[in-house]
Ligand binder design. Structure first.
Ligand SMILES: NC(=O)c1ccc[n+]([C@@H]2O[C@H](COP(=O)([O-])OP(=O)(O)OC[C@H]3O[C@@H](n4cnc5c(N)ncnc54)[C@H](O)[C@@H]3O)[C@@H](O)[C@H]2O)c1
Ligand SMILES: O=C(O)C(=O)C[C@@H](O)[C@H](O)[C@H](O)COP(=O)(O)O
Ligand SMILES: [Zn+2]
Length: 366
């Protein structure tokens, strides 16, 4: 079993990675059980994995309450949050209990946020079941819902107590979701790890074919990268964590344009956003056109979008820039942008004007 620690002092927690882990999770979760019960939140698409976990827990507690939510990005909303909070209060949850979030990033972000506000803070255990949630959202404590004004605008930092990653559950993940999640894997390479990029470029086909060894390696590298950044800059105050937002200012604007529907998945939006960030960096004369082209080719191979026309979207630069004005990194009226000096070398630029980004987007025909 791979064990990665998120070094946050008194709030440090382990991330455990092993294929088949869900079936062995009973004794690992047992120490977190209070009141002889667990509240397990998931959606119908992971019902089989919920059953595996339930079986593994039998004998370790009296009762499991299954709270079932609707799948899809629309659930990460005020309505989704209210429904979940009502369920938790109806179950008379106590602060000392740990809610188990079994699912993708939508479940993880929603349950994490609910856990942060119910009774002023209950525990949460993340059991991610998509590639995206295994490499990214389950780690680091960012929780949120979307609102009409923008992506993840209401939320809290609320670290989990434990993260259990079973790459075996990816066997049932739809292909589109696997590819979307891959965008966040590639992100770690693009922001700071050129060697990982080379490895990904060689092993892309194996990963997308769900080769177990390749997936486990990519998940472990990604999780280690994320854990290190989070330990360094938990609340995104020094700029280190902002690197994890590479491609996201563009991507979140595209997602907002869809009304946070599943027309464009988060990972697809991030893929398009990373390709845009590379080309914008080329336009600014800081990145070689060669590197931007390499990344676009790589994303094409993964069947991921590479521009603002992703999945038939057709918003003007001005409209997308208006979405970007809501970015949480905004400071003094200006939105900093993650740019790139080349593959593996991203940085936060504070001198970008939204009008410049809008003009770039109108000129970029991809
Ligand atoms: N908190 C963070 O740090 C962070 C990081 C990255 C992304 N996010 C958020 O994560 C969300 C996206 O998460 P996602 O890509 O996991 O999507 P998701 O949670 O919507 O899951 C994708 C789909 O796959 C289904 N599913 C999940 N696991 C499955 C499995 N093993 N087999 C079959 N079906 C399965 C789900 O029911 C859903 O329909 C976005 O809201 C994004 O903003 C958060
Ligand atoms: O953990 C982080 O920090 C990230 O930025 C990870 C991103 O992949 C993720 O999509 C995150 O939710 C975006 O954060 P936000 O602060 O821009 O909402
Ligand atoms: Zn993301």
């Amino acid at each position: 079993m791979i064990h990665v620690e998120v070094g946050l002092g008194a709030r440090a927690y382990p991330i455990l990675i092993e294929s088949g882990l869900l079936g062995k999770a009973g004794p690992i979760i047992a120490p977190f059980v209070r009141n002889d019960r667990l509240i397990l939140v998931h959606d119908r698409n992971v019902a089989a994995h919920a059953a595996t976990l339930t079986d593994a827990l039998s004998g370790h507690l009296g009762r499991i309450h299954h709270v079932i939510v609707e799948p899809g990005e629309g659930t990460k909303s005020w309505d989704g949050l209210k429904a979940l909070v009502d369920d938790l209060l109806d179950l008379e949850i106590e602060r000392s209990e740990c809610i188990v979030a079994l699912g993708g990033g939508v479940i993880g972000d929603l349950v994490g946020f609910a856990a942060s506000i119910v009774k002023r803070g209950c525990g949460v255990i993340q059991v991610p079941t998509t590639l995206l949630s295994q490499v990214d959202s389950s780690v680091g404590g960012k929780t949120a819902i979307n609102v009409p004004q923008g992506k993840n605008l209401i939320g809290a930092f609320h670290q989990p107590r434990l993260v259990l990653i079973d790459p075996g559950v990816l066997a049932t993940l739809p292909d589109r979701e696997l590819r979307a999640g891959y965008a966040e894997v590639l992100k770690y390479a693009l922001i700071g790890d050129p060697d990982f990029y080379e490895w990904l470029d060689i092993n892309l086909d194996a990963l997308l074919a769900r080769d177990a060894g390749a997936l486990e390696y990519a998940i472990a590298v990604s999780v280690r990268a994320k854990a290190a950044v989070v330990a360094q800059d938990e609340h995104e105050t020094t700029g280190a964590r902002a690197l994890l937002n590479f491609g996201h200012t563009f991507g979140h604007a595209l997602e907002a344009e869809t009304g946070f529907s599943d027309r464009l998945l988060h990972g697809e939006a991030v893929a398009a956003g990373m390709a845009l960030a590379m080309r914008f960096s080329v336009r600014r004369g800081i990145c070689s056109p060669d590197d931007a082209a390499k990344v676009a080719d790589h994303l094409n191979r993964a069947n991921l979008p590479i521009g603002a026309r992703a999945n038939g979207l057709n918003a003007t630069g001005e409209i997308l820039a208006a979405h970007m004005a809501h970015d949480k990194k905004r400071e003094g009226g200006r939105v900093p942008f993650l740019l790139s000096r080349g593959i593996g070398d991203a940085f936060l630029a504070k001198d970008v004007q939204l009008s410049e980004v809008a003009a770039f987007l109108d000129a970029d025909t991809v």
